[in-house]
Design a protein around this ligand. Sequence first.
Ligand code: NAD
Length: 472
Amino acid sequence: MKKLDKFYIDGEFVAPHGTATLDLFNPVTNAKVAEVALGDAVDTQRAITAAKEALKTFSQTGKAERIEWLEKIHAALSRRKQDLIDVMVDEYGGTTGFCSMIMPASIDDFKEMAGVLRDFDFEPRTGRARTRLQPVGVVAVVIPWNMSNGFICTKLASALGAGCTVVIKPSELSAQQTQVMMECLHDAGLPKGVVNIVNGMGDVVGAELTRNPDVNKITFTGSTGVGKIIAKGAADTMKRVTLELGGKSPNIILDDADFAEAIPQAIFAAYLNSGQACAAATRRLVPAERLDEVNAIARATLENVVKVGDPKDPTVNVGPMVSRKQFERVEDYIRIGLEEGATLLAGGEGKPEGLGQGNFVKPTVFTNVKNSMRIAQEEIFGPVLSIIPYADEADAIAIANDTAYGLCSYVTSADKARAYRVAGQIDAGRVCVNNELHDPLAPFGGFKQSGFGREYGVFGLEAFLEPKAIIG
Ligand code: NAD
């Protein structure tokens, strides 16, 4: 059994002041595999002090120097790429396919940000003023378990690119992944205190980061509920806040789409990261008059293509839920869907055959779902898809927007101009047309209760900069 009992503060692996620990379990076997030491307010304050001290010099570095650091981190992470993928699969049960795709892309966030920096003007002329874009200061990074090191890459690349120093609080469930990340960042040889990492609980370490006056900004990814707590707490010291929160993304399949291709693709968009993804397309909107056809293709995809099982098996596309708690949450929602009167097309309650030990749920599809049902309105965070029929294009757009969230959305059509027209009417931070999922330079973030602020590219960099107009 592993003991994860070191934090990374001021360039060193240090023993915690906090004495509490948390057991970590393998999601495939539910066997205890590790114990993580949990930090307290003192550990958090030490990390903040180190970041504040390092800011004095790091904030004064120029573009060229910071590009060099981003490249060094990119190189250090690239050297451990396979370890970073393996620990992801192992720790939370991300599938080999997903982790092998997402981790290298996340490592490349550092390369992408170096490119953004090259073209970025940190002192543009605005009217008669010269506007200096200076680093916002000490940044707290608070993140969830579902792609932990990926979030660290995205946020760190922008924060360091801007000249900020950082304290990271990963999810308490991600300590094994965090350990590899700590080693890589140490290996990159950054100046002491520029990056610090403290494991711990949200209401202890996260709360201290939120309240501490020496933290100038919080960049948070996680649930909308915790995002609200952080936003309220940050207001006391007027911290800058970026919030990447939950989603309930609609996927509009227009009537001219090739259904044989679009419906299976839509299933995989819903089951992205075993459904444990903020961007998962969990509401599929289809023309009502073609619902039977859609149901038949969806059922066949579930039977023939979707495979649930050990995430180490490269042919598996749905792994276990991260924890027992998450398993129970998904099971609850499947029950709620049945109680609400949605038609169960595939899956349902209980564990899949032969997978009784781990946190596996049956990949589930409900059809003929009403958008007002809880399974269509609330984020489930598991492989549960709702198929919702619409009357016409205007109805599809209205249903897509009838949600508290606005993170991602998807539109599929044979006619790109039509897809763009529909995309323009959806209230979401990102609209993916015809299965184009990601562009590392395009902004990512939410409308409405999916949060505020943007990540990636120029928008991501500017979120860590404070404009100062020098006039005269
Ligand atoms: P969570 O909100 O429970 O926890 C996220 C982080 O916040 C963890 O590190 C946790 O310890 C910390 N935290 C908890 N309470 C806190 C408090 N009072 N003060 C400060 N920090 C606190 O989320 P989770 O269960 O780990 O992850 C799933 C959620 O994350 C889902 O809602 C999902 O949609 C969201 N998410 C959003 C995005 C995005 O980019 N928009 C990406 C991935 C996940």
